[in-house]
Write a new protein. Structure first.
Length: 228
């Protein structure tokens, strides 16, 4: 009886080891989860920080490694492209010209106030310096480029425009910029494409003149992936 009692006491004394092991396992799982969450947040922060730095014309370094699927930081080469474009366009009004980044790549937005006459798609001569600055950067990189035309939501009317809708006008403006890059700067046609979105991809509210002015733009999107 004494020997069996001593064995039971020994087993009860060592039982804390099992609880301790369970506790350590839970701690490991907890800190592993926290580490994974922190990695996701850092990716989002890198993307957000890159966009904000571009918007305020001070693009700096950012990580180029994809941290987790669906959370992609701004690649370093695109940050460098954004910085170069920001410097090239620094003499133009910030309300008419902007350089930002998003999931597609670097986006240069040119307001129609400096590029086009109302309701027209021909590029103003006064806009040539801005167009040339953008084209000079594009020529030095291998990335694909998509040129997007955008309008506000005001229907086209009157004799000032030969276009029947904002769809036609936005597409024609994008094609005008594409042709300018082709004819004046000899950018390979295989790298370029154009599309028009009318008023359906606004960046501001169309309820105010200021918002409509921001929506009337041509965006030159330098895509993340180089031409393969």
């Amino acid at each position: 009886m004494r020997k069996r009692r001593r064995t039971e006491e020994d087993e009860q004394t060592d039982r804390w080891v099992i609880s301790y092991a369970d506790f350590v396992t839970l701690l490991f799982a907890f800190f592993t989860t926290m580490y994974a969450i922190s990695q996701v947040d850092s990716g989002k922060l890198a993307l957000f920080a890159g966009s904000m730095r571009s918007a305020f014309r001070s693009v700096e370094g950012a990580a180029s490694r994809q941290i987790i699927e669906g959370v992609r930081p701004v690649p370093r080469d695109l940050v460098d492209i954004g910085s170069e474009l920001t410097r090239a366009l620094r003499d133009f009004p910030a309300e008419d010209v902007s350089v930002t980044t998003d999931d597609r790549g670097v986006v240069v937005s040119l307001g129609d106030r400096i590029v086009f006459e109302p309701g027209q798609s021909a590029i103003r001569e006064s806009a040539f310096p801005a167009m040339d600055a953008v084209a000079a950067v594009i020529r030095g990189i291998p990335n694909k480029v998509v040129i997007e035309g955008h309008t506000d939501n005001v229907p086209i009317s009157g004799p000032r425009s030969r276009y029947g809708s904002n769809w036609e006008l936005s597409t024609a403006r994008a094609v005008s910029v594409l042709e300018y890059f082709l004819s004046r700067h000899r950018i390979p046609p295989s790298r370029l494409s154009a599309s028009g979105y009318a008023e359906f991809r606004p960046v501001a509210s169309n309820t105010s003149p200021e918002g409509r002015a921001r929506n009337r733009r041509v965006s030159v999107v330098i895509q993340t992936s180089p031409l393969l």
